[in-house]
Design a protein around this ligand. Sequence first.
Ligand SMILES: [Zn+2]
Length: 141
Amino acid sequence: MNTPVQKPNKPGIEPKPHTQAFWEAANRNKLLYQYCLDCQTPQFVPSSVCRKCHQKNLDWRESSGQGSVFTYSIIHRAPNAAFKDDTPYPIAMVDMAEGFRITANILNCPPERVYIGMPVWVIFETRDGSDYKIPQVEPAE
Ligand SMILES: [Zn+2]
């Protein structure tokens, strides 16, 4: 007798006090980053202090969502069963127009299409079992 196999959910999000605003904005399809008002440096991922000057005078700013691929890799072996149907898939470090870098999956893009410098923009992935959308990217051209 065959028993249906329940496919596990991809990991969800559990916001921390210093990331709550970020995840709530993501649910409104907005990518926020932090900007240090003391040393004028953008930073990502969100933190409670500036990674450059260690001050706490951080402001939330909204990204245009536009960036380009700094580097990438193709995932052939899924990190867990929830990603198995997606393989092979591209994941990239993306330089955003505002001067910070994110790591994201490149959705809606066959792996052979990805190249360094490829223009991308942020989209927001809804995952089963997660209360928060996940910022990802897709080709902008
Ligand atoms: Zn700073």
